[in-house]
Design a protein around this ligand. Structure first.
Ligand SMILES: [Zn+2]
Length: 368
């Protein structure tokens, strides 16, 4: 332990003077704060020795993960639904499920925080730690903390999406179900946690200014209000030095906007303002330019990285491109070796920012 928790001091004094009070118990309790508990959840989700490990869409491991998430939400006291669906993509077909949890009044304007829990590239050795155990672990820690901080004017809904990696199946199903049941109107915003820890910087994006080509309706939203709210909350909680970052302009993508490659896409298509939190590095000139696909400059993640040009030493010979997602580097063991303490720190930061925003959305969002 690096420092003594401020609450631990009176406890130690009391016990040494009076030989009473269950000090070890209360100290343990204060150490188990919501931002720390996220890392425990991450281990339970992604460690093949201490937890579940790889969780590919449609497999028993994915199902086991859904049960784990559902049990956690229920233990916190949330009303929890398992939404089953079948999927059929070009590559595979099968069954999966979304886990949906809320505590508040669903007729109120609802803010959704979502993270997909399936993983991919198990054959390459990926355990889906950054993609997307981290997002799920943080979401659970936030849900746990918010049980005692229910906002007055908003409902907060948490969703763990299944089968994201094989075509955003869970989120597509969820949004089309809302549409069918006429329940889209009170969704005020959607925040997507995907790959929120592991990369060099933590960014927040909004939807592209041009409607995604996959959208079927005319109701597209590129509204930036929820991105702005997250950015301000991150400044308030983490300070200017550690706040979320908006990525600079790059080819085809103006400053701060993202494509349709994760679970936020269906929501933007349905006219819902979205924000997408992602850890990566847009200052790297990657395989296809400065597009954020290379997550880090760490030399272990490159065949050869040229610091001066912020790119591969030899573009033709480069094999790894600073990628963590969908590679053997996406395990807690590897990440902790390459970046000691980083994943835990980024998880903690994300948890703190979201608790700040979701406990009192009125403070950050102009209109409901
Ligand atoms: Zn992902």
């Amino acid at each position: 332990m690096k420092y003594l928790h401020p609450l631990a001091l009176p406890c130690l004094l009391t016990s040494s003077l009076l030989l009473v009070t269950p000090c070890s118990l209360s100290a343990q309790k204060t150490a188990d704060t919501s931002d720390k508990v996220a890392y425990t959840y991450l281990k339970q989700l992604v460690s093949p020795t201490e937890g579940i490990g790889a969780r590919e869409a449609g497999t028993d491991k994915e199902k086991q993960t859904a049960s784990y998430i559902k049990a956690k939400f229920e233990k916190f006291g949330y009303r929890t639904i398992e939404q089953d669906f079948s999927f059929k993509s070009r590559k595979s077909e099968g069954e999966s499920q979304n886990i949906i949890a809320e505590l508040g009044d669903p007729t109120k304007p609802t803010i959704i925080l979502a993270a997909h829990y399936d993983s991919t590239a198990m054959k390459s050795g990926s355990m889906g730690a950054t993609d997307n155990g981290a997002g799920v672990a943080a979401m659970l820690a936030i849900a746990k903390a918010l049980t005692t901080k229910i906002p007055k004017n908003y409902n907060i809904r948490f969703i763990a999406f299944g089968a994201e990696e094989i075509g955003l199946q869970g989120s597509n199903y969820y949004v089309s179900d809302l549409f069918k049941n006429n329940k889209l109107n009170n969704i005020a915003a959607m925040i997507n946690f995907d790959t929120i820890a592991g990369g060099d910087n933590v960014y927040v994006h909004s939807a592209h200014i041009t409607p995604y080509s996959r959208c079927k309706s005319e109701n597209y939203s590129s509204d930036t209000s929820i991105r702005a709210a997250l950015l301000t909350a991150s400044i308030n909680v983490l300070g200017e030095d550690n706040k979320y970052v908006i990525h600079p302009d790059y080819e085809g993508y103006p400053e701060g906007v993202t494509g349709s490659w994760s679970d936020h896409a269906s929501f933007a298509c349905a006219g819902i303002p979205i924000a997408y939190v992602e850890s990566t590095n847009f200052a790297i000139n990657g395989k296809d330019g400065f597009d954020g696909y290379s997550q880090s400059t760490a030399e272990q993640l490159w065949s050869c990285y040229d610091q001066k040009n912020a790119s591969a030493c030899d573009k033709k010979a480069e094999k790894n491109w600073g990628n963590i997602w969908h590679t053997k580097f996406d395990s807690l063991e590897q990440l902790n070796k390459i970046f000691p303490g980083r994943v835990e720190q980024q998880l903690s930061n994300n948890v703190k920012v979201l608790i700040e925003l979701l406990a009192d959305p009125d403070k950050y969002l102009q209109s409901k």
